[in-house]
Design a binder for this molecule. Structure first.
Ligand code: FE2
Length: 300
């Protein structure tokens, strides 16, 4: 996996149902959209029509929630077939999922559950990622999840675990800045140390989102604006990783498209203040995925 194999897409938002009509009718300025893969694993109908229309005008990436790469169950061949077919049809710039497990024994628990941070888990998960990548014919990105418990068997820090798996699987990293912040608070580790320990050459995308504060713990609810502390951590990440495609996630209490778009613009302003385009030589392609259109002022 080479970071230079991935385009820099700029600043995007998640494609969510309440905004379908606005996007189709108004074609708002937006660098790119991230879609939840499973929402479009259907035989036909409006979701696929919407996605086709969006894809005609914008770059997209596919973000999954059901790969269950950490599970002890066999990989789900049917799911992988559908994922590959969707990717062949809509040509996302990349495919991502989470570093977690979502079920076992054939039961889907519909949650992104953490793993024990051990060498054995590193070998197990990285082997599975390699199989998925071979099947899809492309490298994937794995995302750090937020968590609320740890395993007494863990021997590695979360960042050592993420790094070891990405290296052993030779995959990319989708670094969720809010998830780092949430888990750092919940488990009392340093979010800054985490960011500083992740290898630059593996990070292809950032996620930003809002969480809810319950005093003793934070919950990754994606239903609030991005908080100031997460914006600060994002700024630190931009300083370290440079030009990384950035995506705003908002899944509950979804605001109107204008507010969502303004949040993406805020990320762009932070990026612009940190990164001097003329001085960038960070290994990314300088233009969008072939066949996609990125506004000229975002091709720096
Ligand atoms: Fe995320």
């Amino acid at each position: 996996m080479k970071r230079s194999d991935f385009p820099f897409l700029g600043f995007g938002v998640g494609l969510r149902r309440p905004h379908y009509t606005h996007i189709l009718e108004n074609r708002p300025a937006m660098d790119w959209f991230e879609v939840i893969s499973e929402n479009f694993m259907v035989a036909g109908g409006r979701p696929l029509e919407v996605l086709a229309a969006v894809r005609d005008r914008y770059p997209i990436v596919m973000h999954g929630v059901s790969l269950s790469i950490g599970s002890a169950d066999p990989l789900n061949k049917r799911y992988l077939n559908e994922l590959r077919a969707l990717a062949l049809r809509f040509e996302p710039a990349w495919i991502s999922d989470h570093l977690c497990w979502t079920g076992v024994g054939g039961h889907n628990l519909h949650d992104l559950l953490p793993l024990p941070y051990t060498e054995e888990t590193v070998r197990h998960v990285s082997r599975r990622i390699r199989r998925v990548q071979d099947f899809l014919g492309r490298p994937i990105l794995i995302e750090n999840v937020s968590s609320y418990m740890t395993f007494k068997d863990s021997r590695l820090t979360e960042w050592e675990f993420l790094r070891a798996i990405a290296d052993e699987a030779d995959c990319g990293i989708l670094l969720d800045i809010n998830n780092i912040f949430v888990s750092a608070f919940n488990h009392r580790f340093s979010a800054e140390e985490y960011v500083d320990a992740i290898p630059v050459e593996r990070v292809v995308q950032f996620h930003l989102a809002g969480h809810s504060d319950h005093g003793t713990h934070l919950l990754d609810t994606h239903d609030h604006p991005v908080c100031d502390a997460v914006w600060s951590l994002y700024e630190r990440a931009v300083r370290r990783f440079g030009r990384v495609s950035t995506l705003i996630e908002w899944d509950d209490n979804i605001p109107d498209f204008k507010e969502l778009s303004e949040t993406a613009q805020h990320a762009r302003r932070i990026f612009d203040a940190v990164v001097q385009p003329a001085n960038i030589n960070d290994g990314f392609q300088s233009q969008a995925h072939p066949g996609t259109a990125v506004p000229a002022n975002h091709r720096a």
